[in-house]
Design a protein around this ligand. Structure first.
Ligand code: NOJ
Length: 755
């Protein structure tokens, strides 16, 4: 009976469409359009609105719990064809059951699309996105997303709410862990790599999933770094800083969906923002996919003081181009009546439904709605050894060496007495990081396990707990601010050891959604522990685990070796061990400026030029009286166990807005290593004030000792131009500076003039 119904749908569609079967290869877009149109023609208004409605599944809640009564008839609604998508349902058999309700019981049997937050891996977890960004390795990042898609699709999913391409300059904002950091150029490249990884070459394959560029737009600029807070940013920054990663996701990777954001944009919530969604995204940029709201971002417009009630929400959001409603229940409750009352045109609904159906066709869901529901594949692919190996590779590449005085690192397995201190060293959960919705608790290789596997002889003392209460998502964390009873043992151990490895930092749930911090130091009693141990043994290697840049200024002044190890996912312990013991020469570079003090935030390298550039030997210039204006570590910074020398910078204008830059990079140390060669430019005088410098190119290279390579960059129109406040792209003649080097501060400088 069930199969019959689906067969009937296919037959009706075959009869109505020009070609006789639903294609696997949807490359022919005329074909695809005609299939979408023929299906649309058969749909009632209620069924159309149903496609615009998404419900949360029955476990995993990734937003405020809906009020009782909201969508209490989920099953019934699915059967009536009133649900186009589900989120937070996963597992091949679970998805199959749910899909069957739509396919077998609803009149037209239109399959649902199953979305999930597949953010950094699915079951096999790779490093948090900010950490991956520190690798500057686009190939590895694409591979990481590819593997996430393979595992997620094996669990029945066909849509991820990733990548988050929000630029953010505020380390207090917990969601910096989910993005690629502060820079638009790097962020756009990484966003494109991630979309390509998720969507693969053929979206209709059963191991590729639709990606979602989020959150459109400006969410990363929440005032004071407090999640969900007001955003008030000018249009020049929207066009030049915030938009480019979104636009690149369309132009360079054909991203299928967008998610709008919780915040207001120029006073209008993004969900109801016609300028953003209709004029820019679907108009100027020609986006063909669909836009989903964020979790209840529609309903929240009532609290914003923008919508009167839920009916008003539906009217505003639909008219503004928010195609699918996540967890506001506004469309399912009110959109049909709004169309009947003439407040929303049916053509608006049709446009949204076309977009949604199109993606479903492209995913191949009409060929086989159960193509992602294969239990055998699920069994075979989850935690596949190849995925584990790739996660380890990605984790090693994400680590950043921040300081290494007197070559304390790499350590040798040479019989020196090693002490390990810090509760994070034995933690198997926290290093998985936040946004690991499908990740299983305690599945990370802890640092201690990594040492064991490498055969290191060490002694361990916890020193202090970091967290005292439960750590299950989404509870508030209880940080240990009082219990120092473990200090004594840690100090005793440090005294009799040659080297002390201290693993300190944030818990994995200190960052992520709604995890803003007003302090950027080591949480709890960890700073005291560090100082107490330092008093008895200065030979410390500090391994920092964090989901954001931390202001570890005291550590930088006192501790000889510091390694940023973020939250590195499943393979954490192996990755850190292999870096500390020189099996892998660290190559990461921070994608976000580390402040000296939280009071400097937002601090970022590509600031606009001001009328009073410093530093000056007087009072009237932009500075702090009580803190340096310099960061602790600048954007793009990271050391290696070897050293690199830059020389022979050459800059040539080739005409037609094309400039060629070359530089020689030599490995001047004793071991092979990788370097990220970075190119920045500054447009010296422009009709819109330009940043001091902006990243416009990079290349990650590897060099043997004494080897050198000439690296060439071409700067073209895309890099030379900028947008004015009206969104017009301009390339202006005149003088430019060009910088090439190892980070955003240590650079060779050249210049050129565009005639
Ligand atoms: C809210 C988050 O802001 C968004 O990024 C996420 O995809 C949704 N919840 C769904 O979990």
């Amino acid at each position: 009976m069930k199969i019959l119904k689906y067969t009937m749908l296919i037959m009706i569609m075959m009869a109505l469409s020009w070609s006789c079967q639903v294609p696997n290869d949807t490359g022919g877009s005329a074909d695809l359009d005609s299939r979408v149109e023929s299906l649309l023609k058969q749909m009632t208004l209620e069924e159309k609105v149903g496609q615009m409605n998404q419900y949360n599944g029955f476990y995993d809640v990734t937003g405020p719990a809906p009020s009782a009564g909201d969508a209490k008839n989920k099953y019934e609604h699915i059967k009536k064809g009133l649900v186009g998508s589900m989120l937070n349902v996963r597992g091949a058999s679970e998805v199959r059951k749910m899909q069957a309700l739509a396919v077998d019981s609803s009149r037209l049997g239109i399959p649902m699309i199953f979305g999930f937050d597949v953010i950094h891996g699915h079951k096999t977890l790779s490093p948090i996105p900010l950490a991956e960004a520190a690798s500057w390795d686009l190939e590895a990042i694409e591979k990481s997303a590819r593997i996430a898609a393979i595992e997620a699709s094996a669990e029945g999913l066909n849509w991820t709410f990733a990548p988050m391409v929000d630029i953010s300059r505020d380390a207090r904002w917990g969601r910096v862990m989910e993005g690629a950091g502060e820079d638009t150029y790097l962020g756009a490249k990484i966003g494109v790599a991630r979309v390509k990884g998720f969507q693969g070459d053929d979206l209709s394959a059963n191991n590729t999933i639709a990606a979602c560029a989020k959150h459109f737009a400006g969410y990363g600029f929440a005032e004071s770094g407090k999640d969900y807070n007001t955003v008030d940013v000018g249009s020049v920054s929207y066009y030049n800083v915030i938009f480019p990663p979104f636009k690149a996701a369309i132009d360079e990777a054909d991203v299928k969906t967008f998610m709008n954001s919780f915040n207001i944009v120029n006073g209008v919530p993004a969900t109801a923002n016609t300028y953003l969604q209709r004029e820019v995204l679907k108009g100027k940029w020609g986006f063909k996919g669909f836009v989903i709201s964020d979790w209840s971002s529609g309903r929240e417009m009532i609290d914003h003081g923008y919508a009167r009630d839920l009916e008003h929400v539906a009217e505003l959001a639909a008219n503004a181009g928010s195609d699918m409603d996540m967890e506001s229940y506004a469309y399912v409750k009110h959109l049909v009546d709004l169309v009947k009352a003439g407040k929303v045109k049916e053509s608006v609904v049709d446009d949204a439904v076309r977009r949604i159906l199109r993606v479903k066709f492209e995913l191949g869901l009409f060929d086989d709605p159960y193509r992602y529901c294969d239990e055998a594949r699920e069994k075979e692919l989850i935690y596949h050894p190849d995925h584990m190996a790739a996660a380890l590779d990605m984790a090693k590449k994400s680590i950043v060496l921040l300081k290494n005085e007197n070559k304390l690192l790499p350590l040798q397995n040479d019989g020196r007495k090693i002490a390990v201190i810090g509760s994070l060293a034995q933690d198997k959960d926290s290093p998985l990081g936040n946004w690991r919705m499908a990740g299983e608790d305690n599945t990370a290789v802890s640092f201690l396990e990594g040492l064991d596997a490498y055969g290191v002889d060490y002694k361990y003392a916890k020193g202090a707990e970091l967290i005292t209460g439960p750590t299950a998502f989404p509870v508030e964390l209880q940080v240990n601010t009082t219990d120092k009873s473990g200090f004594k043992e840690a100090i005793r151990l440090a005294k009799k050891s040659d080297v002390v490895i201290m693993v300190l930092g944030e818990h994995g749930l200190h960052s992520g959604e709604a995890r803003s911090r007003a302090h950027l130091g080591l949480p709890g009693v960890q700073q005291e522990l560090l100082e107490a141990v330092y008093k008895v043994n200065k030979n410390i290697v500090l391994v920092v685990m964090s989901g954001r840049p931390l202001a570890i200024t005291w550590a930088d002044e006192h501790i000889p070796a510091i390694v940023e190890a973020w939250q590195l996912g499943t393979q954490t312990g192996h990755a850190i061990t292999q870096v500390l013991y020189g099996e892998y020469n660290p190559s990461g570079k921070i994608p976000m400026t580390f402040p000296r003090h939280v009071g400097q935030v937002p601090i970022y390298y590509n600031q606009y030029r001001t009328g009073r550039p410093g530093p000056k030997n007087e009072v009237f210039w932009p500075h702090y009286m009580d803190e340096s204006e310099k960061p602790l570590y600048p954007f793009g910074y990271g050391l290696s166990y070897t050293t690199f020398a830059y020389s022979d910078l050459n800059v040539e204008v080739k005409g037609n807005n094309k400039v060629e830059v070359s530089v020689n990079v030599t490995n001047t140390g004793e071991v092979a290593g990788e370097e990220v060669v970075q190119l920045y430019i500054n447009d010296e005088v422009a009709s819109v004030v330009r940043p001091i410098k902006e990243l416009k190119g990079f290349e990650k290279i590897s060099l043997e000792p004494n080897e050198y390579k000439q690296i060439k960059f071409t700067i073209g129109e895309k890099e030379l131009g900028f947008y004015n406040g009206e969104g017009k792209f301009l390339i202006e003649q005149g003088a430019f500076k060009v910088f090439v080097g190892t980070n955003s501060e240590e650079l060779l400088e050249g210049e050129f003039v565009l005639e």
